[in-house]
Design a binder for this molecule. Structure first.
Ligand SMILES: [Zn+2]
Length: 255
């Protein structure tokens, strides 16, 4: 597979969907950097497909945090979450209304990824069947049970043209998935969800202590490493703030 294959995805936008300060990064890297703080980025990705329209990948932490000057503390993870701007305002800045978004695909059901799913009540929620079922057991109940869904079991070429491919990567949660995007000029980009949180965790294959299944997490990382090598893909690690900061954000885009 070449890097410059033509693609029906003509725009990939990176949208700041929140950030967090955590007091102890070893929650994500057991035994390593104990007590050392770290900042997290949290992006949403708006994808334009020339025939199918807009697909949103992940929705970030809830827009409600944007009005809290001190942010919102989460005791379980030692994080304080902030939002500079709402997702809805960022989309409006691009001239995109929530009703223009046909599909909302999510990596997994944790609150910093599904915080705004219900801002898109008419969009089809694309999610692994296992994650949909897992999400309904979570205390925050991130989804309206009536939400229209496309429930996937395993890998899926979304539009049958190779431009957007969901890869099943369980481990962080029971039905975690990642998205491989093909762009004509940029080449392949793999959007990580929480397959891995930081670049050095990827380099050292570190698995957070709270992952649902450690062996599955490692197997999913191996699976993605093979895809990256095969497609010469870039791995965009969602929560890795230094690499996120280096990426072009809206209104610029990748094509
Ligand atoms: Zn997560």
């Amino acid at each position: 597979m070449g890097q410059a294959a033509a693609s029906d995805v003509d725009r990939l936008y990176v949208i700041d969907c929140g950030w967090a300060h955590a007091v102890d990064q070893s929650l994500w890297s057991p035994g390593v950097n104990v007590g050392v703080p770290i900042d997290f980025s949290d992006n949403c990705y708006l994808i334009h497909h020339s025939r199918e329209g807009y697909v949103l990948w992940d929705t970030g932490i809830t827009d409600r945090i944007a009005v809290l000057p001190e942010g919102q503390a989460v005791r379980a993870t030692g994080q304080t979450w902030h939002r500079t701007q709402t997702l809805i305002a960022a989309l409006a800045g691009l001239g995109v209304n929530p009703t223009d978004v046909r599909d909302v695909a999510v990596s997994h059901a944790h609150p910093d990824h599904v915080g705004n799913v219900e801002e898109f009540p008419n969009a089809t929620l694309i999610i692994q069947k296992a994650e949909w079922e897992y999400g309904h057991k979570l205390p925050l109940r991130p989804f309206n049970p009536e939400h229209k869904t496309q429930q996937i079991e395993g890998d899926k070429d979304l539009f049958g043209d190779g431009s957007l491919t969901i890869l099943s990567t369980p481990g962080h949660t029971p039905g975690h998935q990642v998205l491989l995007v093909r762009l004509e000029n940029t080449g392949y980009v793999l959007l990580s969800g929480d397959l891995v949180h930081f670049q050095w965790n990827w380099d050292n294959r570190r698995v957070p202590g709270f992952n649902f299944d450690k062996a599955q997490s490692l197997a999913s990382m191996d699976k993605v490493a093979c895809v990256i090598s095969d497609r010469h893909a870039q791995l965009w690690i969602n929560h890795d703030k230094p690499s996120s900061d280096a990426r072009r954000h809206v209104p610029e885009f990748y094509d």
